[in-house]
Design a binder for this molecule. Sequence first.
Ligand code: MG
Ligand code: MG
Length: 630
Amino acid sequence: MKTSIATVSISGELPEKLEAIARAGFDGVEIFENDFLAFDGSPRDVGKMARDLGLEITLFQPFRDFEGMPEPYRSRTFDRAERKFDIMQELGTDLVLVCSNVSPVALGGIDRAAADFRELGERAAKRGLKVGYEALAWGRHISDHRDAWEIVRRADHDNVGLILDSFHSLSRKIDINSIRSIPKDKIFIVQLADAPLIDMDLLYWSRHFRNMPGEGDLPVTDFTAAVAATGYDGYYSLEIFNDQFRGGSTRAIAADGHRSLIYLGDQVQRSLTGTDTAIVDQMPERAKVEGIGFVEFATDEKEAAELVALLHTLGFRKTAKHRTKEVTIYEQGTIRILINVDPVGFSKAAYAVHGTFAYALALVVDDAAAAHARALALDAEAFHQEVAEGELELPAIRGVGGGLIYFIDDKSPLGRFAEIDFEPATDEAAIVPAGLNLVDHVAQTVAYDEMLTWLLFYTSILETQKTPMVDIIDPSGVVRSQVVENASGSLRITMNGAENRRTLAGHFIAQKFGSGIQHLAFTTGDIFATAAALQKNGFTSLKISPNYYGDVEARFGLDPELTERLKADNILYDRDEHGEYFQLYSRTHGEGFFFEIVERRGYRGYGAPNAIFRIAALKKQMRPEGMPAR
Ligand code: MG
Ligand code: MG
């Protein structure tokens, strides 16, 4: 797949944008006329800068309001075109994008437009240039790629071709199978963008809400498959207008763009069984996650003692100690928590930056080597650390906010890491098991403008899907919550995106110097038995406001006896069409990390309606340590 991106898709000054685009691995770049406005160099300078970075300039745009103009506008339009051609030659690109006319003076008529393009093609040919025609979804007379294609067909000129843009076709729900019959050599370039489904004016939607393929809700994969079916082997170019992207990190957005194209190419390739069109390099399928192998905390001796005390009250016991490092395993059911206080290595560095931090997550997958290979094919950054002779090196990549993701499996020795790298240890603590058996979900707090980055990261590498975004009202602002999960529920990651630091999630990010795991939820088969065991262990649950219980009893028509039991143990309750949900929270540890215990009786959600009560309770607990009351 030849990859390209329009400079408008990302933020920054032009040199910074080009550098980020090249670094992300793109082959080409679209240059917008506006790029010259804020930049002091000439088109020649811009062209040189791009080529020095190894980027081809895939096109120059836009050329607006061209076809179907009456005189005297028509002559002036051709004069304008000649000036654009001058810039293109200086820039060093041979393709200009002409978008369909939106001018109120434009005249309709397919043949009139075709004649204009034929003449433009003649003029372009004299300079060795090409003209591509794109139907804007809001064009005055041409708003459908099928009509644009008919104009190109009738113009019948080698230097005139069609430009397809997924947003313009998909936003108007145009049958994309109509693309399959267009000759591939008449498709000059293909622009791609996705968008969330929002019912709004097409122009506004396009200018502000486009996002990367896979981040939105449009069938961009089907669109691209239709293009690929023609045998098209030219550039796929991202053209994303999004206010959030233009405010975001230049490098991160460019990297997301490249990942989104590779992922798209992989999906399209898998849908084209039986063809020989290779779009991207072969890579393993999305990894099937069977469970969470372990969660590892980076900490130091002193804070480890506090964390271990908390784990003890939750019924965890020390079961093993690393043979050569200061790492201990605490276990309950199938849950493994690793506490790493090793004075050297990545964990130490993570602790130095973030404080006590659940910095690593091990995913049990069907094939760890394949999962790792796929992650790397999708631009994930590999992580390596020295291991002692005879010890395993778990395949790893960098994850959210300075954390790590390890892949382990049962088909290789990796699944036995706890026996190979560790020796058994006993725990003398006088505690009772609390019936916790699985990691239910991992809750990560991320900066709001990183949410789509991580969504794309997880969904492209792992066999998961996203659920619709929901807004959680923190008393100090809105927190966006998005879930990535697999069908079996063996992987559930909730991501909370915080816009301001007065929210609990925002406070966490500010204190932790970055995104990360803010809470871990474990399952129990009997929340009341667990609550009783926790009490014996001296666990202090998060105190929930008594007002909550009056509300929940009325909302769900609960038996007052049940309400009393919930209240006595600070258990939160929710229900959906599939069943009931019970939640119990720990107090926070350190800068806002906490544990959650849940019992699912068929319920599929995450207790979003309870979040406001939980957040209020956590803030109340944290306030003495300097948390603002608002
Ligand atoms: Mg476009
Ligand atoms: Mg939760």
